[in-house]
Design a binder for this molecule. Structure first.
Ligand SMILES: [Mn+2]
Length: 283
């Protein structure tokens, strides 16, 4: 049995299928960890949702910002954006089953035996492993409640608050948690989250650093697999493994085998080249 983690698919169904072939993935034997953002921007969001759902327990996927956006448009009447490619999902005869399944995916998945934790984007420096788990469970509970999830989506968009306080309550608390798990890339030097800059570390404005490099980050004893950051690309260092290699922007879709890895040994990613979509990177 092998456990493979795969980066942001974003509706790139051809590349997802090609990568599973290349890995010789066998759902009766192997496991998949997907970093989220199964849908949007790419051409085959509906197929990818159906394929991953059909894998059942063989695939674990966490929610990304594009997955939540699809749910907000479908369930709470949020406005679709011009670049969205989720119309096929919204029109599908099986949309209700797919959206119900997606809404019940976690924001964080931890496997102590494997020694990895899976999230879509990042963790703020104030959270240790227990706090991250607790925060994920709070938003997941709201998502799984038919009434609360509509209210959550109505209050989900926005960049504030940008600082964590244990005492945060209500939608400010849920929005902060959701923003960290699904949108975070950079933090200010003082530990506040910074959501507007999406580029490389080298070109980052003064005073910003990657979330995983903040001094005294309380989750640094965890090994974290994530995506969401195509400008960072493949990054296997500092206790974190980023797998977003920009498939939907015409670059690559990347997988890494997580089991049978000894700590501190570099892993060899398995990649498929992606057809250029003509899109330019963005959120
Ligand atoms: Mn994302």
């Amino acid at each position: 049995m092998a456990t493979y983690a795969i980066g942001d698919i974003q509706g790139c169904g051809d590349e997802f299928e090609a990568l599973l072939d290349k890995l010789k993935f066998d759902a009766t034997r192997d496991r998949l960890w997907l970093v989220g953002d199964l849908v949007n921007r790419g051409p085959r969001s509906l197929d990818v949702l159906r394929q991953v759902r059909a894998l059942g327990a063989a695939a674990i996927t966490v929610l990304g910002n594009h997955d939540l956006h699809l749910l907000a448009v479908a369930l709470a009447g949020s406005k679709s954006k011009q670049q969205d490619t989720i119309a096929d999902v919204l029109r599908a005869p099986d949309r209700d089953e797919l959206l119900y399944w997606l809404r019940h995916r976690p924001l964080l998945h931890c496997d102590a035996a494997l020694g990895y934790t899976l999230i879509h984007a990042g963790l703020p420096p104030q959270w240790d492993a227990a706090t991250a788990q607790q925060c994920a469970r709070e938003v997941e509970a709201a998502l799984r409640d038919d009434r609360q999830c509509i209210e959550l989506f109505a209050h989900m968009y926005g960049d504030q608050p940008d600082g964590w306080l244990d005492e945060l309550t209500g939608f400010n608390r849920l929005r902060f948690i959701t923003n960290c798990f699904t949108r975070l890339r950079f933090c200010h030097d003082d530990g506040r989250i910074a959501l507007s800059y999406k580029g490389t570390i080298e070109k980052a404005p003064a005073g910003l650093q990657p979330w995983f490099r903040v001094r005294r980050r309380r989750s640094r004893d965890m090994r974290i697999v994530f995506g969401h950051w195509s400008a960072l690309g493949f990054h296997d260092a500092e206790g974190v493994l980023c797998l977003d290699t920009g498939c939907v922007w015409g670059s690559q879709l990347t997988a890494v085998r997580l089991d049978a890895r000894t700590p501190d040994t570099p892993v060899t990613p398995v990649c498929v080249e992606c057809g250029s979509s003509g899109l330019s990177p963005g959120e």
